[in-house]
Design a binder for this molecule. Structure first.
Ligand code: SF4
Length: 343
């Protein structure tokens, strides 16, 4: 659910400020009313979206509005999981960390774009935090939420990036131990200041750095996933997340920290939206397996809603669609991608 659009920052690689303009926040009451209505229809997980989601409140004059919103989500009966994306390190204040740690339905997961670990490159990107601040936030989050899975976005080959700058990015990756990193090779985006900068890096150099970064992150993702083996976790059953599920007689779900887990299909019927408890038995770099029997199945209102939707769909007569407008609740709009994602 979008809670804000636009962004007041001016990162030199990003087109969002030009396309979406200044940040506009929705009223907290409107957001909460909409979440309550969705929960009433069977929705059990919500992701709060904004180009710079944790700056939420700057437009309505309340610097702690985002942490208050997280805490308010914690009071909505039936709302099982709350996530948000993408936060900016500049606005990642202690009240947000406390709200994450103290609100049981806010999941132990954080996606916080790093973009670069080098202070000179961050300056050239016009990202207002520095390496020390970024790592400081990670440390505080880990102290408050020890099992949090932290992921990030990183750009390789920003104009002017030297080998030493790149080494600083590798340093942060080693220190932060991200569960996952979305890595991008810098490419010029017309209309952005970075596209006009001197020091554009040859493709071959960018590619080589990118491969080193991906190799390091793969190793860390795998090591972090291996630490999950033996843990008992609750999964929210997902739809369409396991391409091989049919062949392997498995189903897939997301753990509270958003890790993808493929689990053995139980005898009992399990629907997307239901919650199962499993023990993790195997780790790959990008997914986990729970190969034993499912320990518990909890049928949920989200599962009921999924079943109702599918029963209605199956009962609908097949025919020629004339493109007439539909009556009733509209299909959800496509998600607004976090602006701090590079695309
Ligand atoms: S990268 Fe994120 S913070 Fe920077 S201008 Fe774009 S949306 Fe705003």
């Amino acid at each position: 659910m979008s809670i804000s659009v636009g962004c007041n920052n001016t990162c030199t690689f990003c087109i969002v400020p030009a396309l979406r303009g200044k940040e506009k926040d929705r009223r907290p009451g409107d957001i909460l009313a909409e979440i309550e209505a969705l929960v009433g229809e069977g929705v059990s997980e919500i992701t709060l979206l904004g180009q710079n989601v944790n700056a939420y409140g700057s437009d309505i004059g309340d610097r702690e509005a985002f942490s208050k919103l997280l805490r308010a989500c914690g009071t909505i009966d039936g709302l099982e999981r709350v996530r948000f994306t993408s936060p900016h390190p500049r606005d990642f204040t202690d009240d947000v960390i406390a709200a994450m740690a103290e609100t049981p339905n806010v999941m132990p997961q954080l996606h916080m774009p790093l973009q670069s670990g080098s202070d000179p490159v961050l300056k050239a990107m016009r990202r207002s935090y520095r390496q020390e601040r970024y790592l400081g936030i990670i440390e505080k989050v880990r102290d408050a939420i020890p099992h949090a899975a932290i992921s990030t976005d990183i750009i390789v080959g920003f104009p002017g990036e030297t080998e030493e700058d790149f080494q600083q990015t590798l340093h942060v990756v080693r220190e932060a131990r991200f569960a996952q990193a979305f890595t991008f090779q810098y490419s010029k985006r017309p209309g952005t200041p970075a596209a006009e900068m001197d020091g554009q890096i040859p493709k071959k150099v960018v590619q080589e750095r990118y491969e080193r970064l991906v190799a390091l992150q793969e190793e860390i993702s795998w090591e972090e996933n291996k630490k999950q083996v033996g843990r008992t976790v609750e999964l929210m059953v997902a739809e369409g997340e396991g391409r091989k599920d049919g062949a392997t007689h498995r189903l897939s779900g997301r753990a509270p920290d958003s890790r993808l887990v493929h689990f053995t299909k139980p005898e009992q019927e399990v629907r997307p939206g239901d919650v199962v408890t499993v023990e993790i038995t195997y780790a790959a770099p990008h997914h986990l397996l729970a190969e034993g029997a499912v320990l518990d199945v909890r049928r949920t209102r989200a599962g009921d809603a999924w079943e109702k939707r599918n029963t209605e769909k199956a009962a609908r007569p097949a025919g020629v669609l004339l493109g007439l407008p539909k009556v009733g609740v509209p299909e959800p709009l496509p998600a607004v991608t976090g602006g701090c994602a590079v695309d």
